[in-house]
Ligand binder design. Structure first.
Ligand SMILES: [Zn+2]
Length: 318
């Protein structure tokens, strides 16, 4: 499962080696192949390949680092497979894609599958590596041209940079901060759903941090915009990489100072206050019409922390 605010310091990203010759490390390492954002899986686990197993059309491998000592056997890479079309099982639209695609040249038992569906079952390191692989391959796939002059750019630094041969600009993979907040008012929390979500699924409100904003200001603005509720105190709780496509979810707990909900219907289909007792039933899967957020996602972590009294101390109004 993803680490929440964990230091992830057991994995060595080895950024100092990115600019060097990585061929020897790659020869002994393992590669996670990603196709249209879907990692190669074996069951509910990542399927790591040797460099020699990469099929025709795979991108140059991107260096993720070492899972342990700096030995080639511990080296981990990611690669994309941009040109392939899975004719037998086209992916379903939307984030509930349950389809899997089998590539004829890859080991038996492997298939490309949606990361959201398996991430809660992955180890902390594998979840982080899958998130990194998905984010990096997605960035290369969508940033082939220089943002300064429009010329085609080239990958560099083991996949952590793209350089423009025409104007000399360097480009780096982006991480977009998103605030996600457990908004509390007395014994209740504020949940909402967007129309595109599976029926009955509700979660904490969330939104992108805008340029020039603090985390606290973004929390207050988003809750006011989406639900018309005013927020006072905001306390950071934990974070989670969320590579769909390039977000870092910044989890906070926030204290509401008003009750009345006014839903912004361009953002949300519904928002409501839900009591602690009702939320316990949701998380246990017993609620009549509300489904819990996906296990392993930071919203679940925030809600479970609230129900278990594990949140940072707050000055709860009301
Ligand atoms: Zn350029």
């Amino acid at each position: 499962m993803f680490s929440f605010a964990g230091p992830q310091d057991s994995f060595d990203r080895a950024a100092d080696l990115r600019g060097g010759d990585l061929a020897g490390i790659l020869a002994g390492g393992r590669v996670l192949l990603v196709w249209r954002g879907k990692p190669l899986l074996r069951g509910d686990d990542l399927a790591w390949l040797s460099a020699g197993q990469l099929p025709a059309g795979a991108s140059p491998p991107m260096f993720l680092g070492f899972d342990g000592p700096r030995d080639p056997a511990a080296a981990r890479f990611a690669a994309d497979l941009p040109g392939w079309s899975a004719v037998d099982a086209p992916p379903a639209p939307g984030f509930a894609d349950a389809t899997r695609q089998v590539h004829p040249d890859l080991p038996a038992g492997t298939a490309f599958g949606e990361l959201r569906a398996v991430m809660a079952a992955l180890s902390e390191t594998d979840a982080m590596l899958a998130a990194t692989a998905r984010a990096l391959t997605g960035w290369h796939a969508t940033h082939g041209c220089c943002a300064a002059c429009g010329a085609a750019t080239l990958p560099a630094q083991g996949g952590w940079q793209r350089n423009c041969p025409a104007c000399g600009a360097h480009h780096f993979p982006r991480t977009d901060p998103v605030v996600i907040m457990l908004v509390l008012r007395g014994n209740s929390t504020l949940i909402g759903r967007s129309a595109a979500w599976p029926a009955g699924m509700y979660s904490c409100l969330a939104g992108f941090v805008e340029p020039g904003e603090t985390i606290e200001a973004a929390v207050r603005r988003e809750v006011l915009e989406e639900a018309g509720v005013r927020v006072g105190q905001v306390v950071y709780v934990a974070s989670q990489p969320w590579p769909f496509p390039a977000s870092l979810m910044i989890g906070a707990v926030a204290v509401a100072t008003s009750d009345t909900i006014t839903v912004d219907e361009t953002e949300l289909e519904d928002a409501r206050w839900i009591s602690r007792e009702e939320m316990a039933a949701v998380m246990a899967g017993h609620h009549a019409d509300i489904r819990a957020p996906r296990r392993g996602a930071i919203a679940s972590h925030l809600i479970e922390g609230w129900l278990a009294d594990r949140l940072p101390p707050l000055h709860i109004a009301g």
